[in-house]
Design a protein around this ligand. Sequence first.
Ligand code: ADP
Ligand code: MG
Length: 239
Amino acid sequence: MAELIKVNNISKSFGDNTVLKNLDLTILKGEVIAIIGSSGSGKSTLVRCMAGLENTENGEILLKDKIIQNVKSTNGLIGMVFQNFNLFPHYTVLENLTKPCQTVKKMNSKDAKEKAMNLLKKVHLQDKFNQYPSTLSGGQKQRVAIARALSMDPEIIIFDEPTSSLDPELAHEVFETISTLAHEGQTMVIVTHQINAIRHFATRVLFLNKGQIEEEGTPKYIFEECTNPKLKKFLQIVD
Ligand code: ADP
Ligand code: MG
C-alpha cells in the first residue's frame, strides 16, 4: 500500500520540556491509526506536527513524499477535527460547509451546496442544514465538523480527542460516523481515550509514552496480549 505520511526521526521541545523524542512513524493509505497515551505524553503535539500546525526541531515529516513545513504545505490533504468542534458560529450548518468549498476549493455556490448536502446526509444531519451551530447538540456539532473536514476531500483526517467533551451517548454517535468512514477506507488518525469505541475498527494502535512510541500493534495485541507494564497500567486507568 502507498505511504501517505512518513515521520522521520522528529523531536520537539517547548523550552526544556522535550515532548517528542526521535519519533518515527509511517502511515499507509487506508490505515486507521488510534493513538493512546497519558495526558502530556505528546499525542496532540505529534498530530499537530503532522498537520503542519507545529514545526519540528530535527527530522522531517513527508506527506506523499513532500516535506510538511506548515499548514499551507499540506495542500488541503490533511483534515483536522478537534475536541471543541471549531465551527463558524455565525454561519449556518450548510454555510459551514459551503463557504470553505467556495473559498478554498473555488467551487461555485450550486456545486458547493450539492456537495455539502450530500455530506450532511452522510452524517445524518441534512434536516439541520439551515440551523446555526449553537442550536445543535455537541454530537451533532462534531458530525458537522466531520462533514466539513470531508468537504475538502482530504487524503487523511486527524481527530484529536473528538469526543472528550461529549457525554457517552453523543460520543457513541460520533464514533458511529467515524466507524462508517473507517469501513469506507478513509485513512484516519484518531487520538482518543475511548478504547472500546475504536477497538473494532482501528487497524493499528500506538501507545505513546513520554514522546516516544512505546508499543504499537493491532487492537488485539495492544488491548489483550501486550504485557508492557506501562501500557497495562495506562489501560487500567482509562477502562
Ligand atoms: P497530550 O495531547 O498527549 O496530552 P500534548 O502534546 O498536548 O500532550 O503535550 C505534551 C507536553 O507538551 C505537555 O507537557 C504540554 O504541557 C506541553 N505543551 C504542549 N503544547 C505546548 C505549548 N504550545 N507550549 C508549551 N508547552 C506545550
Ligand atoms: Mg492532547
